[in-house]
Design a protein around this ligand. Structure first.
Ligand code: CAA
Length: 387
């Protein structure tokens, strides 16, 4: 459909086909119902773990697939074409908690958590935002206080993807004190498990889109976290989160490209079959131009995404590239889903066709893991970073 400007390796083609077949078989038949009922199907996690989709970036020693970032993103795009809700669960799990434990965790933490996470026995979540700390993430107020070997955490985290079903949550909390606030350098990252006393799942959000991905608040009510669950240094949690969000944003870009592609494919098929004024509407230039613009933006977004992914795997600093990829892909998702609804006309506005779901699902890609405005700030700051 949209052009691929580079050849895939045999391994990439195989993993892409596996993801496509899995999504068609296990998700597509149920998606309208799940969307309507805001239902998350827990068995997907185990099934995706068995196929390797929850340990894509983990090395073989932790039972991961150990593929490169591009291959992971190709699989993620295929899942997102069918269901953006399952795609965000897969993206958050692979890009944030598993990578944070792999990169910043101790040997003991890697041994305890990574294999069950790769197998889909423990789903991962990431808890940075709070009711009063969204774009200004470093202003978070959840407090961590040392008590002997343990830490006591108190506060509320919000917008936690998969938070109600997660077995491992990486939660950021202040480790600096009231008298000695250190801003972004006074935050720790903690491995939180739902069995800890004082852990509560709070409000479940009733969302416009991504309805079958549960988004919840988490309340930490004097929650006792063992010292062995502190990730890395107690003051570097925000930096770990930001470094990980670079990769997380690549995952969201792949998700957005999947949504945009789904809209393009649906609109192209519909334009061929829908007749008005005694001809298929695809014969009108007004429709052709829309489809051409959609296909161009999907292809450009994918090209930028994989350039950033390949640069990341070469060890290049890709902060700007990740933000650019997420910015372009999420705006492409909004553009393409909007155009698709327009091409479908009245039928695009009702639930008989999937494009209204694509339209609803697309919006959040411009909001989470950093709004489009935050991506522009990151890009603009990088332009002057080396002055
Ligand atoms: N890589 C490495 N280090 C980084 C970094 C990166 N990408 N970004 C920041 N840092 C470091 C900085 O170097 C700095 O360290 P120093 O103190 O040594 O200088 C420190 O982190 C603080 O950085 P800033 O001074 O840039 O911090 P800031 O307060 O100005 O904020 C921001 C920067 C870009 C606005 C950041 O707050 C941000 O990205 N906000 C958006 C938050 C976000 O994306 N939230 C998503 C939540 S997850 C989610 O959406 C839910 C889900 O489950 C899908």
């Amino acid at each position: 459909m949209s052009a691929r400007l580079h050849d895939l390796t045999e391994e990439q083609s195989q993993i892409q086909s596996l993801a496509r077949e899995f999504a068609q078989r296990e998700i597509a038949p149920f998606i309208e119902k799940w969307d309507e009922e805001a239902y998350f199907e827990p068995s997907l996690v185990k099934k995706m773990g068995e196929l390797g989709f929850l340990g894509m970036l983990l090395p073989d020693e932790y039972e991961g697939l150990g593929v490169d970032t591009s291959t992971y993103l190709l699989a993620l795009e295929e899942i997102a074409v069918v269901d953006a809700s399952t795609a965000v669960m897969m993206s958050v799990h692979n890009s944030l908690p598993t990578q944070m434990i792999l990169r910043f965790g101790s040997t003991d933490q890697r041994e305890r958590f990574l294999r069950p996470m790769a197998r889909g026995e423990l789903l991962g979540a990431f808890a940075l935002s709070e009711p009063e700390a969204g774009s200004d993430a470093a202003s978070l107020t959840t407090q961590a206080v040392r008590d002997g070997d343990d830490w006591i955490l108190s506060g509320t985290k919000s917008w936690v993807t998969s938070g109600s079903h997660a077995g491992v949550i990486i939660a950021m909390a202040r480790t600096d004190t009231g008298q000695e606030r250190k801003g972004a350098r006074g935050i720790g990252a903690f491995i939180v498990t739902p069995d800890l006393a004082g852990f509560h799942v709070g409000k479940k959000e009733d969302k416009l889109g991504l309805r079958s991905s549960p988004t919840v608040q988490l309340n930490f009510d004097g929650m006792r976290v063992p010292g062995a669950n502190l990730l890395g240094e107690p003051h570097l949690g925000f930096v770990y989160a930001m470094k990980s969000l670079d990769s997380g944003r690549l995952g969201i870009a792949a998700q957005a490209i999947g949504i945009a592609r789904a809209a393009l494919e649906a609109a192209t098929a519909y334009a061929a079959e829908r007749r008005q004024f005694e001809q298929p509407i695809r014969d009108f230039q007004a429709i052709q131009f829309k489809l051409a613009d959609m296909a161009t933006r999907v292809t450009a977004s994918r090209a930028l995404l994989h350039l950033a992914a390949q640069a990341k795997d070469r060890g290049v600093n890709v902060k700007m590239g990740c933000s650019m990829a997420k910015l372009l892909a999420s705006e492409t998702a909004m553009f393409c889903t909007n155009q698709a609804v327009q091409i479908f006309g009245g039928y695009g506005y009702v639930k008989d066709y999937p494009v209204e779901r694509f339209f609803r699902d697309a919006k959040v890609t411009e909001i989470y893991e950093g709004t489009s405005e935050i991506q522009r700030i990151v890009i603009a700051r990088e332009l002057y970073a080396h002055d």
